[in-house]
Design a protein around this ligand. Structure first.
Ligand SMILES: Cc1cc2nc3c(=O)[nH]c(=O)nc-3n(C[C@H](O)[C@H](O)[C@H](O)COP(=O)(O)O)c2cc1C
Length: 367
């Protein structure tokens, strides 16, 4: 583990091809995994064999993985605090992936992974490998044998995000080092069609010795205890890690995460400009106006095509874009897409990443 902290503890590829029916399901209709009764209730958090295997595999102190969002500084902070950092490379140019990998390798001991959404071509993968990225994770698809061979030939490891027994079985044919079981609780784009409490037992049934992490709605050490008590080897956190001091979100979005409550998120395909897939976001004016007018399909949405904000270099961000508010943006942030998982209701502050990891571990242990 690197350096300090050891002791504390074009995006417009435009898949406008499919027209998924608009859905805006209230989250309260479902009880989430973290609120379900554990199969075996333990007062004190204890790592299971899968967790220990995961820690050994990546030389980690904690079975806490950052999900794709957050940015480079969170990835560095998570890695240096003993967890597994993540960098999102799906829409990153090959040259930028090369430079970012070099910086991450200089700032950490390499305990981070690059995320690729396989709905898009993983164009920067070769350059990431060339720069020395060792760990990869794929979502929204199963990597080809060619991709797997490139990673293995470079001495690398990889994981695949799955959401059911069927696609877990497909992924397992490639002998991945880990699986991530995503549930409908998750923030961001959701490939899952079931909540974790349904999906996890199915994936565990076929995973055998391969460690399975869960992603979706995990915000506290108690949530982590629930996940591990139910057989997960570790957890992947997106929304919790973007609500940190180091994340590249802008302050407006960060504050909205802190203010969000029980019914603040919605599972929808409202923000489908750039990628037409289901996602979970905070309800905002763009969503509410669209819903009030009947959730019309692309081409007939209220205010469609309006520029609501600008990116740091001055490019337009239009209403219904899947681009979330980042540092350096200007404009009407409230109208933008703000991804958040159901666990956002348990987020009440913006700690530093290392403070957060320290707290999560103490809550997990519950000593
Ligand atoms: C802001 C945001 C952006 C995301 N971007 C990606 C992405 O680029 N690739 C990906 O595989 N998953 C992405 N996800 C989903 C996460 O990988 C993960 O499944 C999810 O964050 C877990 O749920 P949680 O947010 O409740 O922790 C994103 C999630 C959020 C909140």
């Amino acid at each position: 583990m690197k350096k300090q902290n050891l002791n504390n503890s074009s995006r417009r590829n435009f898949l406008k091809t499919t027209s998924i029916a608009a859905i805006g399901l209230p989250t309260a209709l479902f009880s989430s995994f973290t609120e379900s009764k554990p199969i075996e209730k333990k007062e004190i958090g204890v790592l299971n064999e899968g967790s220990k295997k995961l820690l050994a595999l990546f030389d980690l102190k904690y079975p806490f993985f950052q999900a794709a969002p957050g940015g480079e500084q969170v990835a560095i902070a998570v890695a240096n605090a003993g967890g597994m950092g993540c960098i999102q490379f799906t829409w990153t140019s090959p040259d930028d992936a090369y430079e970012t990998t070099k910086r991450l390798n200089a700032a950490t001991d390499g305990n981070y992974y690059a995320n690729y959404v396989l709905h898009f071509e993983p164009n920067s993968l070769d350059k990431a490998l060339e720069a020395g990225c060792k760990n990869f994770q794929f979502s929204w698809g199963i990597p080809s044998q060619e991709i797997v061979s490139k990673i293995r030939n470079a001495g690398g490891k990889f994981g695949v995000q799955v959401s059911s027994k069927n696609n877990a079985e497909n992924a397992l044919e490639l002998n991945p080092d880990f699986l991530i079981c995503q549930g409908l609780e998750a923030g961001g784009h959701i490939q899952a069609s079931q909540y974790i409490k349904e999906a996890l037992p199915q994936v565990l049934e076929v995973a055998g010795p391969v460690p399975v992490l869960v992603a979706g709605g995990i915000s506290t050490g108690k949530d982590i205890r629930m996940a591990i008590n139910n057989g997960a080897a570790g957890v992947v956190m997106g929304t919790r890690f973007i609500a940190t001091k180091e994340s590249h979100l802008n302050d407006f979005y960060r504050q909205k995460l802190v203010e969000a409550g029980e019914h603040s998120t919605v599972y929808t395909n409202c923000f489908n400009d750039g990628w037409n897939a289901m996602h979970r976001v905070l309800r905002n004016s763009t969503f509410l106006n669209w819903e009030a007018e009947g959730c019309s399909l692309q081409g007939n949405k209220p205010g469609e095509g309006e520029v609501v904000a600008k990116g740091e270099t001055g490019y337009d961000i239009i209403r219904y874009s899947g681009r979330h508010p980042l540092e350096g943006d200007t404009g009407d942030f409230e109208a933008m897409c703000m991804y958040a998982g159901e666990g956002v209701k348990k987020i009440h502050d913006i700690p530093s990443t290392s403070e957060l990891i320290d707290r999560l571990w103490k809550e997990f242990e519950n000593k």
